[in-house]
Design a binder for this molecule. Sequence first.
Ligand code: ATP
Length: 911
Amino acid sequence: MADRDDSVPFHALGHRQVLDGLRTSAEGLSHADAQLRLAEHGPNQLPEPAGRPALVRFLLQFRNVLIYVLIGSAVITAALQHWVDTGVILAVVLINGVIGFVQEGRAEQAMLAIRGMLAPQCSVLRDGRRRSIDAAELVPGDIVLVEAGDRVPADLRLIEARALKAEEAILTGESIPVDKGIAAVAAASPLGDRSCVLFSGTMVVAGTGRGVVVATGSATQIGQISGLLSQVETVKTPLLTQMDHFARLLTGIILIVAATLLAYGYLVRHLVFSDLFMAVVGLSVAAIPEGLPAVLTITLAVGVQQMARRNAIVRRLPAIETIGSVSVICTDKTGTLTRNEMMVARLAAADRLYTVSGRGYAPDGSIRRSDAEMGPQDDALLTAFAQATGLCNDALLHAHGNGWQVEGDPMEGALMALAGKITGDRPAPLRQWSRTDTIPFDAAHRYMATLHHDHEGHSRIHVKGAPEAILPLCRDQLAPDGAPAPLDAGRWHDTVERFAGDGLRVLAVAMRVVPPGQTVLEASDLPGELTLIGLVGLIDPPRPEAIEAVADCHAAGIRVKMITGDHAATARSIAREIGLRNVQQVLTGADVEAMGDEALADAAQDTDIFARTSPAHKLRLVTALQSRGLTVAMTGDGVNDAPALKRADAGIAMGLKGSAAAREAAAFVLADDNFASIAAAVREGRTVFDNIKKVISWTLPTSTGEAMTIVVALFAAMPLPITAVQILWINLITAATLGLALAFEPAEPGTMRRAPRPRSQPLLTGELVWHIALVSCLFLLAVFGMYFHAIAQGHSTTLAQTIAMNTMVVLEIFHLFFIRNIHGTSITWAAARGTPVVWACVLIVTAAQCAITYLPTLQGIFKTASVPVADGVLIIAVGVVFFGLIELEKQIRLSFRASHRHPPERDQGAH
Ligand code: ATP
């Protein structure tokens, strides 16, 4: 900025000089100033990587072996001057390219939109108040607050740091976290030694801090290094890669069959080469599943969009395949199963209990003791509660419309509301106290402590945390007259159990008076020195939709396990309300630690409640469950949850309360932190897998049936019932319509009543191979049957071939309706009603078939003849019979399977 001495870098200046140089203060910028600076410096974003030009993207669609084979055929047919065939083959190639191009664009758009939903947020001070803003709106001079788990949003010169550590591998290559502080360093220090700067893009792994923004966007260190920008992920998953390989393998086989047939026809049967060659080309084009890779990609892209609509954002595409097969979901409690809308309901102090009333986070309501309303003037204990809960607190409350909102942790918001209710001073009570030091909350030690001073020379430490963490630190307890009294630990433990048994989250609060000169707070200031004030019981009601979703998961053969940092009794009470299976047994973090891997794997299968756990236990639990062959989804929000999220088959991070570290480690992010969204994602995951299976189950038998028609005719020395060019036409019309329709299929009705699919189950199962064989045979029977029936009736070859071709198309349409319900019956009104996409495709195909059958110009080109009404009816009747046969076969198969399988509850998800 203008009035700064540009020759000295920020890291070499004292932090006050930096603030002055940037014309800002520790209270941050005003909103108006920030807007001006935003206009001057532009948004805090790195330039988007330039996308590939549209033409290149279009041409890349043709870079595919399957397409090369088609282009090769087009060239040869052109050389043989079979122009119609050349035209149709080229049309197939072109349509494929266009569909691929358009859909790839859509898929990329979907991924971009999802990236937008995950836009990073950060906490800044604006107009002296803490708020959460889009990181893109940061400007130089802003004061940013960071804590463990945050991705640093811009280059920050630190002005405050508490136990702060950052991992800077992205810049320095050094993966061991480095300590950060506020002392200036030498101007010439290399990046890794600039301990007073947090660099944009690095990760805060411990502690808390504040810093002033010194550079944004491309001016940051990371912005100056090119090539690190993350590219848009392309839609590719192991399954798709596998299918790509399969399609290529199939093409190889088809080419070998085609060459054999060509040799056989020419050398053994002495057929006319050009006719024979055209038949072989027709066969190859029909059999090569050229559209399959594109359709599968579209299926996945549609799945990604559907999940985003249900608040589950897919970060890693392969996970879309695993989420549908999970057999265990390990979920957090607070905010995922419960609403995370906390309110203090009860207080327990020395010899008395209080009940607290009020609504939401509003800092007004009454505190009652034995039905009498109490105020701080009546009771020294209440004043102590107010101080501890209001001061040892980082949350802010602000009035919003008719209600109140929390900026920060909801539990701390509830405690702040309590302090407001007691003091009657809202929304920020106890302003006479100023904080000089903090020990931030950490799930490992489960407490938070602050050191405060007031203007009259008082200094106090306030501590709040899990009762098991606080009670051992206490020397005595506060008596009603405000004097210390001996600690009655037994009674406190009983009260904790009672509160927790009622489903309350219990916190203990304590204090210590220290000499006014003390300005630094250390963990060693606490043990054996604290005076316990009492216990706070908070309610956090379960989410009604989570109760339903847990029931859905159970019906789907998925076991739900709660893994919480909360007290065992609280966890059990909530688990009961939520409807978890086994609420008798609870394993605590300590139990988990005491067990060996084998014992844990056994115990973990049957236990649904894990309480007082820390993130390290989550990792062990995932591993233990996986060792028993289970597919595990695990949720997490903190920086330390990242390893468990990575290890899980489907790691799920919280979008609202989750840290950037957790989000980046996870495969999914829940936009609303809601358990119900996990169940929805499982359902969508199953639907995607079903649809992939449906696309394949429709495409392979169809192309095999078409190809076999030619193979059989050639080998059996029969006339071709459908000419080569007509086969090409069918391929052209149906592949782009019917084949694609299945990508958009909604979930089948019973999707969440089936047991999870074993991960190892291949796509090409014996059942599918059987289906291909059955349908191809029925296709052959129907097509040849109709052809010979027409000839027997005295129809011309041209008309017989037209009838056979239309039969083939009608069969494909019926096959589509059959495939839409692979897990249930297709003979229902809902199944017949179909979807708009299905009917649009059927209409297009019907119109195209009418055109080729009845329009004189097309009749000339494709050698067809008008089909009489009676034969038209017969064709449809054959379709109905075909449908009836395959539906009957499916029903027999399904009922056989059902009688040989356990109901889902007893399947592998539940033991
Ligand atoms: P879940 O894992 O289901 O989200 P949780 O939020 O209770 O549950 P943690 O955040 O690990 O899990 O908290 C563990 C315990 O630490 C809580 O039960 C509470 O007693 C204590 N605690 C949580 N947050 C704070 C805080 N900000 N200050 C002090 N103590 C806290």
